[in-house]
Design a protein around this ligand. Structure first.
Ligand code: HEC
Ligand code: HEC
Length: 239
């Protein structure tokens, strides 16, 4: 590894990095690096460390035991530095400071918020919504705030609503696990997984809306406490 990023601040190389990123990294980190299955890379703060060399190392060697692959031998030194340069060029979004009390947020989460009925943190919680164990690394403060009172604004990819009516006329609604021309699978609020051949149903529809309730009646203080708790969820021991 070079001692320094040979392309630091070079706009043309950052642009070349953008092209690589969209194809190779976008499926996990989002097309604009704002997060998805992998963390948001635009925050300018990284678990791997905050220097260009830290970013180089994580891209070249991957993170073992996670989905983050090692790219060093596949794409070569220069391309890794181009990716680092691109990430630097988009990592200037100013992060809103966290003002809430994470310990209060945790109480609300498992108590009156009812969040634990649908979301898992570590080994605890329900499975209807996405696992939030690492959400503080994946998502920006803004995104977390919006998830609470406007769940439809930024749907988590894949977690769409499926509504079916059985041949007996029973209507069931849940969160999609899979949906294709022949079958559908979804999870209801009780955590149960339902699987159907679509032919065996009277109707089956998918809508791009969220089954998460919108917490619009909460005070600003409660919302801030909850965001502070979510932002603290970084998959570290004891969380
Ligand atoms: C298959 C999904 C996947 C792909 C493809 C992928 N990543 Fe990752 N990436 C992850 C995950 C998951 C993590 C978090 C690993 C962990 O838990 O520490 C991660 C972590 C990272 C980190 C460290 C973030 C931090 O806070 O320490 C960087 C930088 C990064 N990826 C860049 C890239 C680049 C650049 C590419 C494309 C060349 C890429 N990733 C492709 C899933 C992916
Ligand atoms: C009835 C089930 C249910 C309850 C209760 C619920 N959620 Fe959700 N939540 C979901 C579903 C389904 C999604 C995925 C669709 C979407 O993006 O809204 C989701 C998405 C999210 C996301 C976005 C995750 C991501 O990475 O995109 C966050 C954050 C979140 N919920 C936090 C909470 C918190 C905090 C509470 C309690 C105040 C809560 N949820 C209560 C079902 C629920």
């Amino acid at each position: 590894m070079a001692a320094q990023n040979p392309f630091a601040g070079n706009a043309a190389e950052a642009d070349a990095g953008r092209g690589l990123f969209r194809i190779m990294c976008g499926p996990c980190h989002g097309i604009k690096a704002q997060g998805g299955r992998g963390p948001d890379l635009t925050l300018g703060v990284y678990n791997a460390g905050n220097t260009d060399r830290d970013l180089y190392r994580v891209i070249a060697s991957g993170v073992s035991g996670t989905e983050m692959p090692a790219y060093g031998s596949r794409i070569g030194d220069d391309n890794v530095w181009r990716l680092v340069t691109y990430i630097r060029s988009v990592a200037n979004r100013r992060e809103v400071p966290v003002t809430g009390d994470a310990a209060e947020g945790e109480k609300i989460y498992w108590g009156k918020g009812g969040c634990g009925n649908c979301h898992r943190i570590g080994q605890r919680g329900g499975v209807m919504g996405p696992d939030l164990t690492l959400v503080g690394r994946k998502r920006s403060i803004e995104y977390l705030r919006r998830a609470l009172d406007k769940p439809n604004a930024d749907l988590t990819p894949g977690f769409y609503t499926v509504t079916v009516v059985t041949k007996q006329g029973q209507k069931i609604q849940g969160v999609q696990r899979s949906f294709d021309n022949f079958t559908t699978q979804f999870v209801t609020a009780d955590g149960k997984v339902h699987s159907y051949q679509r032919d065996d149903l009277q109707s089956s529809e998918r809508s791009y809306t969220s089954l998460m309730p919108a917490y619009t009646s909460w005070s600003e203080a409660m919302l801030n406490d909850m965001v502070a708790y979510l932002a603290s969820l970084r998959g570290e021991a004891g969380k």
